[in-house]
Ligand binder design. Structure first.
Ligand SMILES: [Zn+2]
Length: 414
């Protein structure tokens, strides 16, 4: 349980007076402080679908005491580490993260669309300096808290929650002084009885696509769940859930590049029962009110909306999904697949939090060396390693298995 201070008033989050304190902090210039540390750590009040929620400021999870619910596992175990203070810079007083992107948000009028999946997003070169399209999606997912899971939330995470948490995270980020929230469209959960108003809001938000200024066209960012890749005379029509009537055109060359570059994501989506496929795209407007993909990246997520990048991760997440122990999914951001990351972290495990690592079949000696160094650098965490080439998922000691029923054979940890 957290304890907070506002001005000179202190209270626990379970006290009756707490909601009053939150209301007072909302819209006030004074920051609510989490008192897990004596000096207090500034928090902000988020409006999540008309409910006020106390959230940590971007990238401040490491400042909280390890026992505080606002604490976050160390960033250097995932692809986020190399980006902090380089591609992502935090203005601590405003609580706003400013981002450097390695893809454009405008283009010359009359120019053709680029190949949709430009940038080897995981190339080593761009690792630390700028965010790729996929990295931006990973950052929003991470900051929105959508990488966290416990089985207590089973059945309680839907597009409604994803939409609100991503939107809130985007409001805490800016690109060259412009709020990311202004440049990003995420379809709101569609309700037939609110159709006209929803379509009007959508048209308003996307209207910038059709107003070039000084010879340049503005591109919008779009994040949505893919319903299907519909056929078109050439290329594909992307059908996005919660956007009935909206079609996003992807040129043939872009579609071919997408299939190559995101083959794994497409396979995971096609083979899964309850997973979803998330797209992030820069979108350009063209004559006649059409919207066209300029650049696109895909991310496969589980039924719990947890990002996965391989069949092994899918297997691990499926296992963790049924445990009451909290888990935090680690994301790759710009890092290439031949580098280890903590695929997940169990922050509340006793006696120590545990980092979970998957060594893919075919990993080379460099992978193992880097992994050994990563584990050695964090003696405050225990490590669990699954070498896929050696067999099925080893057992996970200490995991709270209250709601857990094993579906597969388990082995002793390697
Ligand atoms: Zn705290």
């Amino acid at each position: 349980m957290r304890r907070f201070r506002l001005g000179d008033v202190e209270c626990d989050e379970e006290d009756e007076a707490f909601q009053g304190l939150v209301l007072q902090a909302h819209g006030s210039k004074v920051r609510l402080l989490c008192l897990c540390r004596p000096s207090g750590i500034p928090m902000y009040i988020a409006d999540i679908g008309s409910q006020l929620v106390v959230k940590r400021m971007p990238l401040t999870g490491g400042d909280h005491d390890p026992t505080c619910p606002s604490h976050e596992p160390p960033y250097e175990l995932t692809g986020l580490g190399p980006l902090v203070n380089t591609a992502i810079k935090l203005d601590a007083s405003a609580g706003i993260a400013s981002l450097k992107l390695d893809f454009p948000l405008s283009k010359q009028t009359g120019s053709r669309n680029g190949i949709a999946t430009t940038h080897a997003a995981d190339s080593v070169k761009s690792e630390a300096r700028k965010l790729s399209l996929r990295s931006l999606l990973h950052l929003l997912w991470h900051e929105g808290g959508l990488t966290e899971w416990t089985s207590r939330w089973t059945g309680r995470r839907h597009w409604w929650q994803v939409y609100h948490h991503l939107s809130q995270a985007a409001r805490m980020m800016e690109i060259r002084g412009e709020s990311l929230g202004e440049r990003l469209y995420i379809p709101e959960p569609f309700r037939a009885d609110d159709k006209a108003a929803i379509e009007q809001r959508r048209a308003g938000k996307l209207s910038g696509l059709y107003q070039p200024s000084e010879g340049r066209k503005k591109l919008m960012l779009l994040i949505g769940e893919i319903k299907e890749f519909g056929s078109a005379r050439s290329g594909k029509q992307l059908v996005v859930k919660h956007m009935p009537g909206f079609r996003l055109h992807l040129e043939e060359a872009g579609w071919r590049a997408l299939q190559r570059r995101f083959e794994t994501e497409l396979r995971l989506w096609e083979s899964g029962q309850d997973g979803h496929l998330i797209a992030i795209s820069t979108v350009a407007g063209s004559a006649g009110g059409l919207a066209t993909v300029n650049e696109i990246a895909l991310m496969a997520v589980t039924g719990q909306w947890l990002p996965m990048e391989s069949v092994s991760e899918q297997r691990l997440l499926d296992h963790l999904a049924r445990s009451t122990s909290k888990s935090v999914k680690g994301l790759r951001f710009n890092l290439p697949r031949d580098q280890p990351i903590a695929n997940a972290i169990l922050p509340d495990l006793k006696p120590k939090p545990m980092a979970l690592y998957i060594v893919p079949a075919g990993a080379d000696a460099t992978f193992e060396t880097t992994l050994r160094d990563m584990i050695a650098a964090r003696p405050d965490l225990s490590a669990w390693v699954w070498r896929v080439a050696e067999g099925d998922l080893p057992s996970l000691p200490g995991l709270d298995e209250e709601n857990y029923r094993s579906t597969g054979p388990s082995r002793s940890p390697s």
